[in-house]
Design a protein around this ligand. Structure first.
Ligand code: UD1
Length: 380
């Protein structure tokens, strides 16, 4: 029997992180049976389907339709649904990505069944336990057998928590996806209000920033040094939409629907600067050489500040204003790109999974030992 690998995806950032690994694994060993499970944590066309189309991902084999809900509801629905799929398909290896609720729930379902887990983007830490994602990161890493790290700092974080085996420095799969699609993004026409280099981009979706009207108003007002000089494109996450009705939106802030991946890449690549509370965008701007001001008090990606274009501006409006004035007063500076953020992370991960994944599956619970056949396996 050929080995069965289940990729679990659920929310927008998962799609860009998993697509290169799925593609490279399929190419490296066509005899593997790859199953794509979409939990449905994100379900709108703009938050989900368009990414599958643009990234060339196959239609999911299984769709759980868990939708929105409290953390407990969403996590519990994914846990139950993923367990059923893993059992029905006799999965040998479960691949999860990032830090969303679908990630931890899928890992928990797999570990209880004795199925080895590979975690793409292991080892990131913001050290801010108020972030829901921080729990998801820590717990997923402690359940995983194969920890796929995108930077040395991620490996150091894992070591501090006593995780030293099964850790691999593979690079950044999100950057694989960026490099594959950036030409298509740049080729798209910008919306008419935006001229290359003469506008900025804003994204905001963290509960800590957008779930309070007062805080959101403070953040929007703090953007004045930028909004007074140039238009700011603001593709609005569904979580943020309702709250915007309760605040004063600065005149030059142009609210847009959530964008497709390729359209957003083009928008960022041509911008003067990006203001964001997203995690992945800190990495994408580093590789694109676009100044990024992160509207958060912590980042799980400090390498983007140390080497890249990212500045952690916090959430205090006065401090944000100072940072924005300083960025606007300087020309773009040349950023360095962290090692192995080179478009080949998916390939490295596929190689690790074919060797390490097979060994883990062989040593896992007897019920799943049929998994990877020996002839495919180099040293485990
Ligand atoms: C989730 C992740 C976050 C990630 C973000 C990317 C967790 C805990 N959070 O946050 O780490 O950065 O995705 O977008 O997993 N909604 C829709 N349509 C959708 C999806 C969501 O309208 O397709 C709305 C719903 O009102 C929902 C809200 O957005 O209640 C929040 O969605 P949810 O998946 O709970 O978390 P995100 O804020 O998207």
């Amino acid at each position: 029997m050929s080995a069965r690998v289940c990729f679990v995806v659920g929310a927008r950032p998962n799609f860009m992180k998993s697509a290169p690994v799925y593609r490279e694994l399929a190419a490296l060993d066509p005899s593997l049976e790859l199953l794509l499970l979409h939990t449905g944590q994100h379900y709108d066309d703009a938050m989900s389907d368009v990414f599958f189309r643009e990234l060339g991902m196959p239609r999911p084999d299984e769709f759980l339709a868990v939708g929105s809900g409290s953390h407990a509801e969403q996590t519990a629905k994914v846990l139950v649904g993923v367990e059923r799929v893993l059992l029905e398909h006799e999965i040998d290896l479960c691949v999860v990505a990032g830090d969303v609720n679908s990630t931890i729930a899928a890992a928990l379902a797999a570990v209880k069944l004795g199925i080895p887990i590979a975690h793409i983007e292991a080892g990131l830490r913001s050290f801010d336990r108020a972030m829901p994602e921080e729990h998801n990161r820590v717990l997923t890493d402690h359940l995983s057998d194969i920890l796929l790290a995108h930077s040395e700092e991620a490996i150091t974080n894992l070591q501090r928590e006593g995780i030293t085996s099964g850790v691999h420095l593979v690079g950044n799969t999100m950057i694989d996806t960026l490099l594959r699609h950036i030409d298509a993004g740049r080729a798209l026409a910008l919306p008419p209000q935006f001229q290359p280099g003469a506008y900025s981009v804003l994204t905001l979706h963290r509960p800590a920033n957008v779930d309070s009207t007062e805080l959101l108003q403070g953040l929007l007002d703090a953007l004045e040094p930028v909004t007074s000089r140039m238009p700011v494109a603001f593709p609005v996450h569904p979580r943020t939409v309702r709250r915007l009705e309760e605040v004063r939106v600065p005149a030059n802030l142009i609210c847009l629907e959530p964008m497709s991946y390729i359209r957003f890449l083009g928008l960022v690549a041509n911008s003067r600067m990006v203001l964001t509370d997203s995690g992945g965008i800190q990495e994408e701007t580093t590789v694109l050489g676009i100044p990024c001001v992160t509207l958060r008090n912590s980042t799980e990606r400090p390498v983007t500040c140390e080497m890249g274009t990212n500045i952690l501006a916090g959430t205090d409006p006065d401090h944000i204003r100072q940072v924005l004035c300083s960025v606007l007063s300087k020309p773009k500076h040349a950023a360095r790109v962290p090692p192995k953020w080179d478009g080949k992370a998916g390939q490295r991960i596929a190689e690790v999974l074919l060797t390490q994944g097979s060994a883990k599956a062989r040593s896992a619970a007897p019920a799943i030992q049929h998994s990877f056949s020996m002839d495919r396996v180099s040293a485990g």
